[in-house]
Design a protein around this ligand. Sequence first.
Ligand code: HEM
Length: 458
Amino acid sequence: MLAAANPTPLPGPKSRISELFEFRRRPLARLTELHRAYGDTVGFKLGQKQVVLLAGPEGVARVLVENHRNYEKQSLGYQKLRLALGEGLLTSDGDFWRRQRRIAQPAFHRDRLMNLGSHMTESTVKMLNEWDSAPSHVDVAKQMMTLTLDIIGRTMFSRPMSEFATDVGQVMDVALHYLDERMNSLTAPLSFVERLPLPSNRRFRAAMRDADQMMVNLIAERRGSAKDPGDLLSMLLDMKDEETGETMTDRQLRDEMMTMIAAGHETTANALTWTFYLLSQHPDAGERLRRELETQLAGRVPSVSDLPKLTFLTSVIKESMRLYPPAWIISRNAVEADPVVQIPKGAIVIVSPYVTHRSARHWMAPERFDPDRFSAERASSIPKHAYFPFGGGPRQCIGVGFAMMEAQLLLATIAQRYAFELEPGHKIELDPSITLRPKGGMPMKRIRLPSRELRSVG
Ligand code: HEM
């Protein structure tokens, strides 16, 4: 029998043990170096695992869209996320995921989202009123996290998070830190470590018990109530699979609710934090933004119908997510070989919005903050799949409409009353954990603008 010819090796560095340590220590810098040195397709080894980075738009399209069924979410990162999120939309695969997505999709329909806008601005105005009598030095990262969590509470459960018996922020903090640690630990592949009686495991399990109890109470309370507040929870409870007529079990509801809380607040909070940072570094853009807000809103709290007119504001958010994409890495494992993009069977495939968004092969002056790239005149020249902060294809973020609307409304509300300056001497460093955070938060000084009070309409 003839031996199969060895496929041409992928461009990439020589295999070395230290690669794993280096990758864990500085993943963004390492991925960027590999892309610059070897191009759009780079093969390298992390321990025993063959990894392929696809940094060009064609590779991104191949993995997320054209051949998405070949790429599953069984990579180590997703295995660890399952410890907290179970088999929710973000972490499940195959037919089970398809059914869950079909059931959940209508809850994110544009018409439904339109009703959520006022919850978002109400939370924001409340925060601004508190700011007015608070010290002017704030950690903007923390403030945005609290605000977006509160909004998830109001929109999903019709209740601000502060009214929950459980401190959801604390639970999520413990859970996400633990998962991040597990993903980056050298013992990550050894799942028995998670069952050892270690303090970190105990803390995580206690947090999960609190979260489970909270979800059980919420579901039971809602099932026993005659009122339908029309929020995301009631939509998920009412949803019937169009094909089978099945509804979600309590376990599935728990997993989906945990998923929405986890996927739905830290990402948007980081997008806004980086936006305020970029505006503080580019006062001209801040000025232009305020002029747009003055022209279009004149001191009014924005509503969803104002958003199409806020074109510069939208470009600022998009440009901020280009430079600092909250979901900085998307990983999959290849079920079968994919010769079109030279992927061997079983390889871990990485597409990274951070690397592709900053690639000089695909963007002009990629390091420059230039919101006008996303203006109506210029946006059409952005290559398809060179910009993918929300992923792409069938597994694109289900919350894309929710997140964009939230980021727009919050920025339009906050920027009418406050501008920010970075604390002098604070050095910006990236913390690429589950989402792309600023290391040590974002300490800033709030500057109250001499504008009128925000007025609500209606
Ligand atoms: C700026 C904010 C956000 C960003 C940058 C973002 C980014 C992403 C990305 C890149 C994915 C795809 C992951 C992959 O393919 O492996 C994703 C999936 C997902 N996101 Fe978001 N997201 C954001 C906000 C939200 C919000 C607000 C929600 C919910 C309220 C949400 C819920 C989800 C869910 C459930 C999935 C899994 C979808 C599926 O596989 O069917 N996200 N998100």
